[in-house]
Design a protein around this ligand. Structure first.
Ligand code: ADP
Length: 483
């Protein structure tokens, strides 16, 4: 398959040749038309001159012989007139009133029999005083433009016909050959230029293709394409590809981190589980075995929770998670969650309050909304030391509904706030894993997904050591959904 470089160069050179040929043909046609016009004019002038000589050259010369009355005027060629007419270089025929030729120039006499017959034929049908048309001679390669004039005084006396060869008009002029010789190298040069320029473009495309292939093997996603002074299109292409590579890099890194984190999170409970089972097998007493098995069960539950969370996020990423939307009255749901919060708070020594609620219905998934509210409340209790306070509030606004959880807990450093919704993110991994609080850092990621899946948002504001405020904003149902 020919490369696009070859095809484009061939098309360019072909186009140049076609355009040159059309321009040449057009200029030749225009030139021929003007030469024909000039020849016609020249022949007409010659015929007029001959007519004037015939009629007005004066006594003894002119061809008009006056008879006893004007009706008897005839044309006759006097010797002096004959000598003068012989000086006409082209074809000249003078006919009398009856169509009998009374003078023929030397050129006419030289014609072969066949051409003479052709000329006679044409002369018989010749319109007078107008362009007479072309006669192609058979024996010689010549075309003659014929023009006729009437010789008339009182009445019609005869005809003068002048014929001028037109070969000059149809012959290819030498200038065309010169133009041709100049044109060929020029077209060659243009073709070469096009080939070089396309070659440069091909090189750039090859470089980009090569670089993209090298980058996209997955290990070099940190690299970027570079191409300078290559024209706007290439720079735009490179910028677009670089933006794409950057997005790929971000999602690749996210994916890698996610896999590494997930494996890491599974590794610890598995190791603990193994140790517990080994201990249960080696413990001699029933009670100690039970303790080990209980711990094993605890770790299994933790792992099951982690896998459940991972599955939720994986499905959410794929867009495969169905949110069953139905009208949900939020007040009873929040009160229900509050009941649970009270129990959790009591165990942790944290006071939980519900200072305000509102009667409001949203379109949503009851289970998911409950999970979202509980996640925020458990976090608030988890990260608030004993003696602290957690306030829950459900507010109705003109455009939306908010569910807010405010705590007086440990808070989050300002620099960390942007990352808290990332998967596996924890403020202090070691501490949280080691301590009883230890979560997987997936709760907020799932909570944010639930809020977004409901067309809402989850935002956080926090100050280290002062406490945090998490706010879920949900849209109000549209009038159509309400009914
Ligand atoms: P985890 O299971 O670790 O709680 P989350 O995704 O729910 O995971 O939270 C991520 C991290 O955000 C937590 O590890 C904690 O550091 C921080 N965090 C979440 N909620 C609060 C809060 N109310 N107060 C202080 N820190 C919080």
């Amino acid at each position: 398959m020919a490369s696009s470089r070859t095809n484009l160069t061939a098309a360019f050179v072909g186009g140049l040749i076609a355009v040159s040929a059309v321009i040449g043909l057009m200029s030749w046609t225009v030139r021929n038309a003007s030469i024909y016009r000039d020849i016609g004019h020249y022949a007409g002038t010659e015929a007029d001159l001959a007519t004037t000589l015939l009629l007005d050259a004066g006594e003894g010369v002119q061809a008009v012989v006056v008879g006893p009355d004007t009706a008897a005027e005839t044309l006759t060629i006097t010797p002096r007139l004959g000598a003068m007419l012989s000086a006409f270089p082209n074809y000249l025929v003078v006919k009398d009133r009856n169509g009998i030729p009374i003078f023929q120039s030397a050129a006419v006499k030289r014609l072969s029999d066949a051409d003479s017959a052709l000329l006679a034929d044409q002369l018989a049908n010749l319109p007078v005083d107008g362009p007479a048309g072309l006669l192609s001679l058979t024996t010689e390669d010549e075309r003659i433009l014929l023009v006729a004039r009437s010789v008339a005084k009182q009445g019609m006396l005869g005809k003068v016909v002048v014929g001028v060869p037109t070969n000059e008009a149809t012959a290819l002029p030498r200038e065309y050959m010169y133009a041709f010789f100049f044109l060929i190298p020029l077209i060659g040069l243009a073709g070469w230029g096009a080939w070089q320029m396309l070659g440069l473009n091909s090189q750039r495309i090859e470089k980009i293709t090569h670089d993209v292939a090298a980058i996209s093997d997955g290990r070099s996603l940190h690299r970027r394409l570079s191409i300078e002074n290559a024209g706007l299109e290439f720079e735009q292409l490179v910028a677009t590809l670089n933006a794409m590579i950057e997005r790929l890099e971000t999602s690749f890194m996210g994916l890698r981190r996610f896999t590494a984190d997930a494996s890491h999170e599974l590794k610890t409970p598995l190791a603990v589980l193994r140790a517990d089972v080994e201990r249960a097998m080696s413990e001699p007493t029933h009670n100690e075995r039970l303790v080990a098995l209980e711990e094993a069960l605890h770790e299994t539950t933790r792992m099951a929770d982690l896998v459940e969370s991972l599955l939720t996020l994986a499905r959410a990423d794929e867009g495969r998670f169905d949110i069953h939307r139905e009208p949900i009255e939020l007040k009873p749901l929040v009160e229900d969650v509050y009941e649970t919060a009270l129990i959790l708070g009591e165990a942790a020594g944290v006071a939980v309050n519900l200072p305000f609620t509102a009667d409001v219905t949203v379109m949503g998934d009851r289970t998911r909304l409950r999970q979202l509210f509980l996640n925020l409340i458990t976090n608030a209790i988890k990260y608030t030391p004993a003696g602290g306070k957690v306030d829950i509030g459900l507010g109705l606004h003109p455009d939306n509904v908010t569910f807010a959880v405010r705590d007086t807990g440990i808070g989050i450093a300002a620099a960390d706030v942007p990352y808290i919704f990332e998967r596996f993110w924890r403020a202090d991994r070691v501490r949280s894993r080691m301590s009883e609080r230890g979560g997987f850092g997936l709760g907020l990621a799932i909570s944010q997904w639930i809020a977004q899946a409901h067309g809402g948002t989850l935002t956080a504001s926090s100050r280290l050591g002062r406490g945090s405020l998490f706010t879920v904003t949900l849209p109000l149902p549209s009038p159509a959904q309400k009914s």
